[in-house]
Ligand binder design. Structure first.
Ligand SMILES: Nc1ncnc2c1ncn2[C@@H]1O[C@H](COP(=O)(O)OP(=O)(O)O)[C@@H](O)[C@H]1O
Ligand SMILES: [Mg+2]
Length: 481
């Protein structure tokens, strides 16, 4: 990913180095023109010398900061604008571009430029540029979106680099699951690319972890990348990294890509079916050459990784449709491991249910110990579109709802109960969402009033609503006020 904007930053630094402020180009400009050039309402300027003393400030800067010109000139920038980044520019000699930390109005961009003469730092220029609001809104929207993605990645980074599961964590004894486990165990002994296929929630990721933890790479990183959650424009820099200053907003030092982080370990490309076509070509090259090339980089770098891909998409069909590269499909599909859907391994459900009952309650504090025959039979009949993930959620919920020590039919979600009723499903009307909400609200209000001894202010506070709103709702639901 290369963005043209950033090329402007070093250039402006360079032209500043040539001294546009002091030399020949200015002699063609009249005093008036020069003044309006410097004092135009679209830019705010502040100039400090190498010691950080303010030497110049234009009128619009004064307006923006509501600080007086006279008071500022000759004083240190820290005194005039304590939050200014100009001292940092003087210290590092580097350009800083970005939003102002103090200006509320987002319709501006701030550039801080070091000024040099004959290679020596002579000062720094701070410049606030105002652009049309629409253009900046768009820019601000993009920045916000990028910032959000950044947060997601940070969280992923901290979690991602170790494998937490082994084959012992994969519960199930039915033939399809045993075969999948056996195939996965064998593949763990090799370095071959593995493609794990299966519906969402069926345990693909668990298998990927287990393969890594029993491979000879187990002491090295397990790096998981979800191809769906990374925006297209960022995926390459995420996978392959980027060199310093490769594009606007890039880190000064550059950044390692996931492949590099996975060196000596395993890289897991989750939802590979969602990888953009162009990135597929780049990935193919990496797999063929065993080398990665960073965005903005020139020298390829060797990396040693083992590849595990997972997907719930029909890759073969995608190849036929031309949305997934055939050559890449061959490369990633050396060993294919199909993970069965839960509805195809129903006999494993009791084992899994008991496993989750144990696992989802902290050891000593275990309260729920078992599940009734009837409930188990419903659990075995259900279609499980969300597979083991859904089963796990259902058990987690049942543990919360269960009043005794045995999960019963009443602790299961309605979807399972209706399913048990078989043909009754069609006849059973779905309640209006409005009704469900009303009934839940009514219950919560009654509970809060009971708890607070009918103290309406306290009850409203407990419910997180205003007292007036509580009153209105009480009237609406016929609760005595
Ligand atoms: N065979 C299994 N035994 C125990 N837990 C499982 C099994 N299969 C899946 N799970 C659990 O179900 C959830 C979903 O599994 P995951 O591997 O994320 O599915 P997928 O990647 O196929 O969407 C996880 O919490 C996982 O630990
Ligand atoms: Mg997954």
């Amino acid at each position: 990913m290369t963005q043209p904007d950033d090329s402007a930053a070093p250039t402006s630094g360079a032209s500043a180095a040539n001294g546009p402020l002091g030399q020949s180009p200015l002699k063609h400009i009249s005093g008036d023109l020069l003044e309006s050039l410097i004092d135009n309402p679209f830019e705010s300027l502040i100039l400090v010398d190498a010691d950080g003393i303010v030497r110049f400030m234009n009128n619009s800067y004064e307006k923006v900061y509501a600080r007086s010109l006279e008071n500022a000139i000759g004083r240190h920038i820290r005194e005039v604008a304590p939050e200014s980044l100009l001292p940092e520019v003087l210290e590092t000699g580097k350009v800083i571009v970005g939003r102002s930390r103090i200006l509320e109005d987002k319709s501006q961009i701030v550039v801080r430029i070091p000024l040099r003469k004959d290679g020596k730092l002579t000062g720094a220029l701070g410049k606030v540029i105002y652009a049309p609001p629409e253009a900046l809104q768009e820019l601000a929207r993009k920045i916000t979106a990028l910032e959000q993605h950044l947060e997601i990645f940070k969280a992923e980074f901290t979690h991602a680099y170790s494998s937490r599961y082994t084959f012992d964590h994969i519960i199930g004894e039915t033939a399809p699951l045993r075969q999948a486990k056996e195939l996965a165990r064998q593949s763990a002994r090799t370095n071959a690319a593995v493609l794990i296929l299966g519906e969402s929630g069926s345990g693909k990721e668990l298998f990927a972890h287990a393969i890594h933890s029993s491979s000879r790479r187990q002491d090295h990183p397990f790096v998981s990348v979800n191809c769906t959650t990374i925006p297209n424009e960022l995926i390459e820099s995420e996978l392959f990294g980027y060199e310093a200053g490769a594009f606007t907003g890039s880190l000064q030092k550059g950044k390692k890509g996931k492949f590099e982080l996975a060196n000596k370990g395993t890289i897991h490309l989750d939802e590979i079916g969602d990888m953009p076509y162009l990135t597929q070509s780049k990935l193919l090259r990496v797999l063929q050459e065993g080398e990665i090339e960073k965005v903005g980089g020139t020298t390829p770098q060797r990396v040693d990784f083992r590849l595990i891909c997972t997907t719930n998409r029909p890759l073969e069909q995608m190849v036929k449709k031309g949305t997934f590269r055939l050559d890449l499909y061959y490369r990633i599909n050396v060993i294919a491991i199909p993970v069965p859907a839960l509805r195809d391994i129903r006999e494993d459900i009791p084992l899994m249910v008991h496993h989750f009952i144990r696992k989802l309650q902290g050891g000593e504090a275990r309260r729920v110990a078992s599940v009734s025959e009837q409930a188990l039979s419903l659990l075995k009949q259900y279609a499980w579109p969300g597979n083991v993930r859904e089963l796990k959620n259902v058990i987690e919920r049942a543990i919360v709802l269960c009043r005794g020590d045995c999960i019963d039919v009443g602790d299961l979600p309605t979807a399972l109960l209706q399913q048990g009723a078989g043909q009754d499903l069609a006849a059973d009307p779905v309640p209006l969402l409005k009704e469900v909400v009303h009934s839940a609200e009514q219950q919560a209000i009654v509970k809060a009033l009971q708890k607070t001894g009918n103290n309406k202010s306290a009850a409203a506070k407990m419910l997180g609503i205003h007292r007036t709103a509580l009153y209105q709702k009480m009237v609406r639901y016929g609760i005595p006020t």
